[in-house]
Structure formats: structure tokens, C-alpha cells
Design a protein around this ligand. Structure first.
Ligand code: SF4
Length: 334
């Protein structure tokens, strides 16, 4: 822990260019957390291997994600930002932890069953050990706090159980039980207005999209299904476009649209054009920063390498303590 600040860890799979759901749900929170905590943010590329069909875009996806994080304001001076596989100690800790996790515990996890259902053709060991690797991600850095949505809290409870099992088995206090920081994030629906915004559902707007692409996508958004004709009054409360206005438009404009929609004073086409304009205006500073970073990808890789160097220092110390606690002979490099 640096400067007495509580250490936070969060990881995200390299899904490439981030969309508005990622931005509003996670990345903005990353930026905010930096103000009060010592933050470690990892692009967890090894986790991605459990389900990806091809790795040909993996490297580029890591870079695209890093670009979005940096553009959004994740500050490498304040936070450690790195790629998971650049700190291979996490694989070693994963192996150590796997010795204290009962097999039945892993096969019983609802997330494992769900993944088996989704990827029946590829039920690999990595899928089963996923929560153990996720625990290793957190415990390697002795993170005290992990921000998660309420639906992910059970994952963290698993990591806490792993700590208790390990510390009990080896009669040590070396691993730190992380606390859950439940974050309330807006549920960002996709263009279809039915499902959460998701790349796999092809219903997303990328934060790095250009103005025209954003406008075209917004024009495809589903509105109040009961509003058929321009003269029909609408109901903003059931309209996804209105949900986005609440996130990107001024209070006055939200109030105006709420009022005018209900009396058919504004049409959906105009309403969407205004939304697209506001999204573009709001994201322009971020997009401008992203373009600058994207011109120098080598610098972005250097930022990631530097983050990995800093993460490795913490990881080395933890692994030394873990090896000592277990009783594994220490190699002279330690
Ligand atoms: Fe939705 Fe706007 Fe159309 Fe009302 S006017 S239904 S808020 S898109």
C-alpha cells in the first residue's frame, strides 16, 4: 500500500474497443477510484483464453482496451495498469491456490455451469479453474478492496474463502482477505433496448466511434414501441433513447424531452438526433485524447510494460512470502 492508501484491484477481459456500457459501468468508476485509492488495473488476457475461439486479435484487443482506459482518464502516474500475462507470477499463485480448493466447489459454481452451457464444445480445465485464477489476480497484489457489481459479489466471496483455506492450511496470515466494494452502476441497454449493451450481441456503440457512426447507430435505437405515428404521444419511461438522454443530456433538455414526448411535441427522429449530438459532444475530449494515444502505440505499450514492472515488484514479494509459508525451498534469486 502506497502512501497509506487502500489498495484496489480490478481486472477486465480484453474485449477490444470499449462500448458505452463499459464506459459508464466500469471505466468511469476506475477513473473515480484513483482519487482515493491505490489502484491496480489489469487487462486479463489469460482469462480470455478460456473461451476465445481464436487469439489472432488478442494483442490488438489489449491495446484497444488500454487506449480506451487511458483516453477515459486512467492515469498511469496514479495507477498501475498492465496486462495480466506480463506478470507470470499469477500463474504460479494460481497453482498454489488450486491445492486448497476442493474440486466439488468449482464444479458446483453457477458460473461454471453457465459457461459449460454456453461453450459445450470447449469445456476446458481453464474454465473450471477460472475462479482460482481470478482469486490469484486479486491476492497476488494483496488488494484490500475489489469493486464489483452486486451480481458479482459471489465471485469475490469465493476469493475470500480461498484466503481462509490457504491461511488455515499453512498456518499463516500471508494472504489478505479482500473486501467487496459494491458499486452501483447504471444498467446500460443496447441499441435493441432489450438486452444489456454487449459486443457479442452486436448492439453497442463504441466510445471511440466517430461522430457519423455514432449518429447512425443512435438512429437505429428502439423507442417506445407504442408510439407508431409522429402524432402519437410517447412514454419516455419505457424508451431507451430517453435513458441515454438522462446520461448524456443536460437536466433542462431531459426535462423538455420528457414533457414534449408525452404530448407528441417532439418526434423520435429529432429526439435521436439531439441524443447523438450530445453523446458526440460529451465524448469528444475522450476521443481526441484517444486519437493522440493511438498515434503512438509504442508509448502505450511502454505504459503497460512499466505497469507490469511495478506489479511484478509486489508480486515477487507476495510469492516469496507464499513460498515461505508453504515451505517450498526458496531459489537463490529470491
Ligand atoms: Fe423516446 Fe424521444 Fe421518441 Fe419519446 S420522443 S419515444 S423519448 S425517442
Amino acid at each position: 500500500m502506497e502512501n497509506g492508501k487502500i489498495r484496489v484491484f480490478s481486472g477486465a477481459r480484453p474485449t477490444g474497443r470499449q462500448h458505452l456500457g463499459n464506459y459508464l459501468g466500469a471505466i468511469q468508476n476506475y477513473v473515480e477510484l484513483q482519487k482515493s485509492y491505490e489502484c491496480i488495473y489489469s487487462i486479463v488476457d489469460i482469462h480470455a483464453l478460456t473461451t476465445v475461439e481464436t487469439t489472432k486479435d488478442l494483442k490488438q484487443n489489449c491495446l484497444e482496451m488500454a487506449l480506451d482506459w487511458l483516453a477515459a482518464g486512467v492515469d498511469p502516474e496514479k495507477s498501475i495498469m498492465f496486462i495480466q500475462s506480463h506478470v507470470p507470477q499469477v500463474m504460479e499463485l494460481h497453482t498454489m491456490l488450486s491445492m486448497v480448493v476442493p474440486m466439488g466447489k468449482l464444479t458446483d459454481l453457477p458460473t461454471f455451469k453457465e459457461k459449460v452451457r454456453m461453450h459445450p464444445q470447449n469445456v476446458n480445465y481453464g474454465l473450471l479453474g477460472y475462479p482460482v485464477l481470478m482469486s490469484a489476480d486479486i491476492l497476488l497484489y494483496k488488494a484490500e478492496l475489489v469493486p464489483v457489481g452486486i451480481d458479482q459479489a459471489p465471485h469475490l466471496e469465493f476469493a475470500r474463502e480461498v484466503v481462509r483455506s490457504f491461511n488455515f492450511r499453512y498456518n499463516t496470515q500471508v494472504l489478505v482477505e479482500p473486501q467487496i466494494k459494491v458499486t452501483t452502476v447504471p444498467k446500460v441497454m443496447g441499441l435493441d433496448g432489450v438486452n444489456k449493451m454487449s459486443k457479442s450481441l452486436n448492439n453497442e456503440i463504441e466510445i471511440a466511434a466517430d461522430d457519423e457512426t455514432t449518429r447512425k447507430l443512435v438512429m437505429t435505437m428502439v423507442t417506445d414501441p407504442q408510439r407508431i405515428r409522429r402524432t402519437d404521444p410517447g412514454d419516455p419511461d419505457v424508451c431507451n433513447v430517453f435513458s441515454f438522454h438522462k446520461m448524456f443530456s443536460s437536466d433542462e433538455e431531459v426535462e423538455e424531452i420528457n414533457r414534449e414526448c408525452r404530448i407528441a411535441g417532439i418526434g423520435c427522429v429529432d429526439c435521436k438526433k439531439r441524443l447523438a449530438k450530445n453523446i458526440n459532444a460529451s465524448l469528444e475530449p475522450l476521443r481526441s485524447r484517444r486519437r493522440k494515444f493511438a498515434e503512438k502505440p509504442d508509448q502505450v505499450w511502454e505504459i503497460l510494460y512499466d505497469g507490469a514492472d511495478r506489479a511484478r515488484k509486489i508480486a515477487d514479494q507476495t510469492m516469496l512470502e507464499v513460498r515461505e509459508a508453504i515451505g517450498i525451498p526458496i531459489y537463490r534469486e529470491f
